[in-house]
Write a protein that binds this ligand. Sequence first.
Ligand SMILES: Cc1ncc(COP(=O)(O)O)c(C=O)c1O
Length: 446
Amino acid sequence: MFTVENYTISGNVLQNTVARLIAPVLARTLLHQNGRGVYALFQLLVASCGVATCNRVAGILAASYANRKFQAIYNNIAEGIGNTPLLATRLAEMFGFRGVVYLKLEACNPSGSIKDRSAAFMIRQAELRGELVPFSGQHVIESSSGNLAKALAMICFQRGYNFTAVCDSFGASKNKMAEAFGAIVHVVDGPPTADQVDLREARRRHCRGLCAKSPSSVYIDQYYNPDNEIAYLKTLAPEIHSQLPDLDVLSICTGTGGTSSGCSQYFREQIPEVKIIASEKEGSTMFADVSARAKCVVPDGTGYHCALPRVKKALQNGEVHEVYVVREKDAMLTSVFVSRVTGAAVGPSAGNAIFSALCHMACAQREGSTGFAKVIAICADGMQPYKDQVDEFMAKVFGADLTTDDMGDILRQRVCEVSRQCVYGEGMISPTSIAFKEQVDASRDR
Ligand SMILES: Cc1ncc(COP(=O)(O)O)c(C=O)c1O
């Protein structure tokens, strides 16, 4: 029986399958031939055909072209942002799952994190709006746990701005790097009981105070700046699409929600079949109930105390399919284990995204799914800035003699336990239940 509904589904599956098979081959051929003319001809063909499959192929090709960067010499450090490696690992096989876990290694950006993408984009857009004038010596101000501070410091110096980063002492090693790029770093601290939310509020208050004193200064405000998520919509998502056109799942650890909102919006438009996983660490209450708010040991820039408007919008639009709240020990153990077995030294937020991805695979397997899943975990930064804190944490929690095999065994058990608390297709918390949670960001206007 062929109902209209069935037809649509079969049609989409067919279009996507054909698009996913053709596009990478065409993209590679065209890119290597450096053939702008060939590409234009192809677009003309697509336009005259008007077939949905061709449009999708064109979309993938456009993404490949937008991210084409085979140049050997850069004239500016910002040209080195993006085109980060996608590493295929044997993690799925080690855990007994059918599929491949790929790591998107954002530590390979020039300042060492995913934040280079949003820093460059937010500054560029402020320039296009006329709020910032290059080489004017204007003052840029931003609150950061460290990664955005480093990234903005790098960009601002190149574009002729003064930059003040308002950080806290948890990001000491990243703050030093921001200074190395020429930033003035203000360290704001709270009482010993202060958690990541208190510190973030204190930082943001400090930024507003600085701006009030200097009218020509620009406060970037990554939490509410729409260019933050657009940066990922326009750079990271199409890049992933062109690297792995037939991906099935994308797992992202959430902080400001820029990465998850930008990527989820892109994939909803381009390949709606791709499942988006958003996760936070335990203690953050963006997704979890507000009563679960707690202090984390290694604040890495992720987590928030309520779903920011962009996160809420993505949840309400059904762009985020699964949500996980990951214990800090699980995220940390995953990042150390993955660093050892893959050779890619990833940070704790990457551990969070990878752990959620493994839970998703475990849940799918338990529900009888036999499909081969291609799962990408975003590794927003590397292990290096946290190394001392991570070592201390690991020794305290797991003891000093933990071998790599021990780590693998503990992780397998944890993935199994956590996935048992999850619902297939929803993860740990149903995204729709969070979308309609009443939340107010008390820190916004204070
Ligand atoms: C290490 C790390 N991981 C993840 C994130 C979360 O990214 P987003 O703010 O786009 O949600 C951040 C944000 O600063 C980060 O520094």
